[in-house]
Design a protein around this ligand. Sequence first.
Ligand SMILES: *[C@@H]1O[C@H](CO)[C@@H](O)[C@H](O)[C@H]1NC(C)=O
Ligand SMILES: *[C@@H]1O[C@H](CO)[C@@H](O)[C@H](O)[C@H]1NC(C)=O
Ligand SMILES: *[C@@H]1O[C@H](CO)[C@@H](O)[C@H](O)[C@H]1NC(C)=O
Ligand SMILES: *[C@@H]1O[C@H](CO)[C@@H](O)[C@H](O)[C@H]1NC(C)=O
Length: 385
Amino acid sequence: MKKIIIFCLILAIIFCKCNLLKTEYPNPSKNLITFKLNDNFKTNATLSQLGQVQMQMNLFSQETYFTSPDCVNCQIYGTKEDRPFICNKEEYCVEHLQAIGDVDQYFKANGSVIDMNLILDSIEFYLSRGIYVKWISQQQQGKTYQYQGIGLALTNCVQSTFLRSLYNQAKIENFSYSLYYEVDSYNLIVGGYNQSLLAQEFYNLKSVSERRSDPYRIADDLVFADLYFNEQNILKDAQVLLDPTIDGIILPRKLFDQMNNILLTQRKVPDISAFLPEQPGIWSSLNAVPSFQIQFKLDDPDAYSKYLKVNFDALTFNTKNQRGQFTPRISFVNIIDENNQFYNVVRVGKILFQQMMYFKFIQIEDQTQKTEFRGLAPMIKIQQK
Ligand SMILES: *[C@@H]1O[C@H](CO)[C@@H](O)[C@H](O)[C@H]1NC(C)=O
Ligand SMILES: *[C@@H]1O[C@H](CO)[C@@H](O)[C@H](O)[C@H]1NC(C)=O
Ligand SMILES: *[C@@H]1O[C@H](CO)[C@@H](O)[C@H](O)[C@H]1NC(C)=O
Ligand SMILES: *[C@@H]1O[C@H](CO)[C@@H](O)[C@H](O)[C@H]1NC(C)=O
């Protein structure tokens, strides 16, 4: 009898453990494709008659798109350097059906569907269901239209056409990607992650799950965190948008007075210029500069802590100007928001991806059941410039 009880106990412990381990990160797949992207999260692409062009990668759109010479209003919102792409049958580019879609956060487009060969950073594959843009409409004023782009959005209901093309051609085994910044470029690894770069395992971030309207339509990479400035809490339940296209941290303007007060009470006032929303202070040395911490909320039932604390040390948190002076990598934006919907949105860029690897994956349980995970893991120190 005793033996049976002990046996049951052990069994219960094993089963319990299995349940808890459900959110554990999978071992990385062997089929990985690494893309090198520049500082602005753009990749080199080779397009038949255009030769080499840069394509903007975007975490918040699912579409891969090219701009047709027929798009007249694209010229209004684009730049002078932008050149349209000619879809040529002789070069295996096939145009069919009508298409509409959001090409990024700022522009909607219509045109046709195209299938074509694409060479990205010397990796060749067949892209299915791209959008051949013939007309755009702007969703927000003052934004520049990028002529060619690749969306990476990945949620349980949205899968990027780029990732789907790679998956359907068995170039990757999983709907997943990871990214980090190193020296002067981003590494985007499609299909999994490189385990040998991790100092710890991934922490599962708590996502803001509600869907919303512009400008963060795909709430995809919005996660909850608490923010600390000089060890003082400045915002609880911030909704953090991980955005590799920006450099530092973009904060809502409402936080400025609070941060200024913290500096005044601690007498850590900038020694060269005042702390202003337009210019958050200039310091002559790194000894007195403020510090910043983001405490990401976690979704793991078996994590040691409820938070993943990311510290930005003086050297990371500040940029050096030509005179050898230091300024924090923060800026403030006025968020005009009648419904208080975006009031707590904070954007974090390269400053985070320099020390943490981000990993996003979709677990397919069966045809109807898909679960999305987003994790951050501290990386072993890599030499930054
Ligand atoms: C893209 O191509 C340019 C020109 O050949 C090169 O200088 C640059 O390093 C490339 N960028 C990446 C991210 O590989
Ligand atoms: C795109 O939409 C505009 C405005 O609704 C319309 O005038 C145009 O004909 C459409 N173009 C295509 C290619 O569907
Ligand atoms: C993973 O990173 C290590 C260390 O930088 C590197 O040597 C290795 O080639 C990388 N593996 C892949 C699959 O990229
Ligand atoms: C990735 O794909 C492999 C092969 O199909 C599968 O064994 C593994 O469970 C997948 N991982 C995830 C996270 O879906």
